[in-house]
Design a protein around this ligand. Sequence first.
Ligand code: MN
Length: 230
Amino acid sequence: MSYVIAAPRPVSVPVKATNLRFPVRRIYCVGRNYNDHVIEMGGAPGREPPFFFQKPADALVLDGNFPYPSGSSNVHHEVELVVALQSGGKDIPPSAANQHIYGYAVGIDMTRRDLQAKAKQAGRPWEVAKAFDHSAPVSEITPAAEIGILDRAGISLSVNGAQRQNSNISEMIWSVPEIISELSKLFELYPGDIIFTGTPQGVGPVQIGDALSARIEGVGEINLQVCKPS
Ligand code: MN
């Protein structure tokens, strides 16, 4: 079989301390999953049903460089635990969700906050705010087989050495097994799907020249340089 144009390269993420790579099918993201972040965004704390959006797989950034995107003057960092699935299915109960986890990574859900605010106001979709090129920096993946199932770990992000976000994944409104379960009621999940699980309080703008450093205890870290658009 021949393609009429060059086929896009498959997207994959390195697995820590190996030569292996994790192939990525889809990137799902959870909105408003830490109450202190819900409050800083002007919402009311509580346990509303989780809601989801996607980023394209080729929005992943693996080389540590984040080109400041066009069309925005207010681009925010959101540090998040990323869960990588080794298997999937539909209507997965929370009690069976953890067995689908291959591993974990540190991700930053980069967001054009100004365009998101406009979209919210106009009742429009979030793609331009959330799913733009380079909007999904991610670290290497650490296998769950090495660190176990995570339900408590410090999560933090600093900009130019100053801490901006600092919380614990135990503060999630919807736990990882609950997220997998709820998502699988809406989409059939497959091996290679990854999930950004929401951000804690402290989101804020980045500027060209900033150095971001984000970490999750036991999982790893990601260092990111905000650079001029190419
Ligand atoms: Mn987010």
